[in-house]
Write a protein that binds this ligand. Structure first.
Ligand code: AOF
Ligand code: ZN
Length: 368
């Protein structure tokens, strides 16, 4: 039943954040399923409430399975524990413990009200479902998913005369779907100058509009970059404070073009001047979470920024497309470690793998 609740919750991917997408199943006293629900967008009802409404009076004396400990606080909505007690739920099975302190204490409160509570924190599907939420609560940073497309032997770019796309159209469809479900898409200035991407979600039903964030230490982004001319989420350009201070014209020009410039404190990459170091990337991500309300980030960048993110342990999940070809012969040997080597070192857990047209696709995420 908890796995069933997870499947229901996963349909809400991209809708509930920054709240966790909680799944809930309710059975009546005879064991028949009478209600199912998942968290609605922020301000809307939590998963338990949706399921209770569906169950109505049939919930009395019944069992509820929830992927997360029901909340015990008045946030944007009233506490789920009160609703569960009022509905007369006799037994509750909980898939994970609430880590957000203001909402916690639900299990104790339910037990005090006479509800039998069983904690089942051994269900893998639940662990994966809420990994992002618990991680965000414990770190204060957004959940960062890195995406890249590579050739069969792990190269990230083929020369422009060969093909601008390593991966096929079916893979791109999956990327656009993800773009429509995250709060921000992060890229680097190298990718902007090489590919001039728009970074909007095309041809899919969008659940939210991602802000577009460019790591651009020296403010090199042209004011006529495609993403500045494409309607969509706000464009945020992250640079070094000294660069912003000494180039007011460039900052003004970018602002006139619709971008916002964020000066980010922190160190530089020791191996490469002009690149954000891990500490500065960490600051950027924290500011995105705190000031911009960004809970989820999808990166679409080159090997340099990927290396910095992995190096600073800022990657939480990866979506990798591998083309069936090795690319043309006679290419420069690509720098090592390749992103796939970095991913292997991170030791993530594969949560899904399959094919999109000719490409192999793999989702993996941090194990906590
Ligand atoms: C639940 N069921 O479905 C979710 C919970 O501001 P609010 O009222 O929407 O509360 C948000 C907090 O409630 C969120 O930070 C998390 O701790 C918890 N989420 N709890 O009982 C749910 N989404
Ligand atoms: Zn709740």
């Amino acid at each position: 039943m908890l796995e069933r609740a997870v499947r229901i919750a996963l349909r809400g991917h991209g809708e509930a954040e920054p709240n966790p997408s909680v799944g809930c199943v309710i059975a009546d006293a005879e064991g028949r399923v009478v209600g199912e629900g998942r968290t609605r967008p922020p301000g809307g009802p939590h998963g338990e409430i949706v399921a209770l409404r569906q169950a109505g009076t049939a919930a009395r004396g019944g069992v509820a399975w929830t992927t997360l400990e029901p909340c015990n606080h008045h946030g944007r909505t009233p506490p789920c524990v009160d609703a569960l007690v009022e509905a007369g739920i006799a037994r509750l099975v909980v898939g994970s413990i609430e880590t957000n302190e203001v909402a916690s204490g639900g299990i104790a409160r339910l037990r005090a009200a006479g509800v039998e509570v069983e904690i089942r924190s051994d269900v893998d599907a639940v662990r994966r479902l809420h990994a992002g939420f618990h991680r965000r609560v414990s770190t204060g940073r957004p959940w960062v998913v890195v995406k890249w497309a590579e050739t069969f032997d792990g190269a990230l770019a083929t020369p422009p005369e060969v093909s601008p796309w390593i991966s096929g159209p079916r893979s791109l469809g999956l990327v656009h779907r993800e773009r429509g479900r995250v709060d921000a898409i992060l890229t680097g200035i190298g990718t902007v100058l090489a590919d001039d991407p728009r970074l909007d979600a095309r041809g899919v039903r969008r659940r939210r509009t991602a802000k577009r964030v460019v790591v651009d230490p020296d403010l090199r982004i042209p004011t006529d970059a495609a993403m500045l001319k494409t309607p969509g989420g706000e464009v945020i350009v992250a640079c070094r404070p000294d660069v912003a201070a000494s180039n007011p014209d460039r900052v003004g020009g970018l602002e006139a073009a619709g971008a916002r410039v964020l000066a980010i404190e922190g160190d530089d990459d020791e191996s490469l001047r002009g690149r954000f170091g891990g500490d500065r990337l960490d600051h950027l991500l924290r500011r995105l979470a705190k000031e911009e309300g960004i809970g989820t980030v999808l990166t679409e960048c080159g090997p340099g920024l990927l290396q910095s993110l992995f190096g600073a342990d800022l990657v939480d999940a990866a979506l990798v497309f591998t083309a069936p070809e090795t690319g043309p012969t006679g290419l420069k040997p690509f720098p090592r470690p390749r992103p796939r080597d970095l991913l292997a070192t991170a030791g993530f857990e594969t949560i899904w793998s399959g094919h999109r047209g000719p490409d192999a696709a793999r989702w993996s995420q941090r194990i906590d």
